[in-house]
Write a protein that binds this ligand. Structure first.
Ligand code: SF4
Length: 241
């Protein structure tokens, strides 16, 4: 199987476009770090998020990084957290779900109840992702994500910066206008660590039981909650994007 990274051809056109975007990205991150008192990057550890990890360290922007461990992540994602720790000598702040909420949900509904209905799936995401995110963003005045507008039909109106009504703080999406090729070219050029599942046809990676590999021609988010309609494919973290 060819690696994701080997599929990227870095030609002159891509290099020129990427150089401009990288310069803009570093400036944006430095300005954001200076402009907000308490800004944090919420890393989902996807390919885009790995670009931001590297860019934050390269630009020396003082931005805290955190990630949510839902308790159902694939082992490859845990391996990636260690790779990041080793490469950058920096740890990522990890937030876990509230144990009592998980215990109640699993006792009442079962460990894999998210397959049974949209409501139960959303409840699981709420407990394992939305509530910990809310805790992680407490006291912050802005947050950064690795979202791109081309990722799905639920994100096609994504802006680089917008006010997040849910958390009542600014939300910055520095890669909103990046293409998938630009993301992978940046990873390749800078030897950025990434989740090995990307090499097994997993373009978008979430919890293990809710993520599958995609087939050629399928939408890049087709492997997330594949049993649901495309318009429902968000976990509540970015519901208004
Ligand atoms: S992605 Fe699946 S396992 Fe993870 S929080 Fe959502 S429903 Fe639960």
């Amino acid at each position: 199987m060819s690696k994701k990274i080997d599929q990227i051809t870095i030609n002159e056109k891509l290099t020129v476009a990427l150089n401009i975007k990288v310069k803009e990205l570093y400036t944006l991150l430095q300005d954001a770090a200076k402009g907000y008192k308490n800004i944090a990057f919420a890393s989902s550890l996807g390919a885009e998020d790995m670009v931001l990890h590297h860019a934050i360290f390269q630009s020396q922007a003082l931005i805290n990084i955190f990630s949510l461990d839902t308790g159902r992540l694939p082992n490859q994602t845990y391996e990636l957290i260690d790779k990041v720790r080793n490469k950058y000598s920096q740890s990522i702040q990890i937030y876990f779900p509230d144990a009592q909420l998980i215990e109640n949900y699993v006792t009442k509904n079962g460990i894999n109840a998210f397959y049974n209905s949209l409501e139960l799936r959303k409840d699981c995401c709420k407990i394992r992702k939305v509530e910990p995110l809310k805790r992680a963003l407490k006291g912050k005045d802005a947050w950064i994500t690795g979202l791109r507008s081309a990722q799905s039909q639920t994100r096609d109106t994504l802006e680089i910066k917008a006010f997040d009504d849910t958390h009542q703080i600014d939300k910055i999406n520095p890669l909103a206008e990046w293409s998938e090729s630009e993301v992978w070219a940046y990873i390749k050029i800078n030897d950025v660590p990434y989740n090995s599942l990307h090499d097994q046809f997993y373009p978008s990676i979430g919890c293990a039981p809710c993520t599958r590999a995609i087939s050629p021609g399928e939408d890049i988010r087709a492997g997330r909650w594949w049993w649901e309609n495309p318009e429902n494919k968000e976990c509540g973290l970015h519901i208004k994007d």
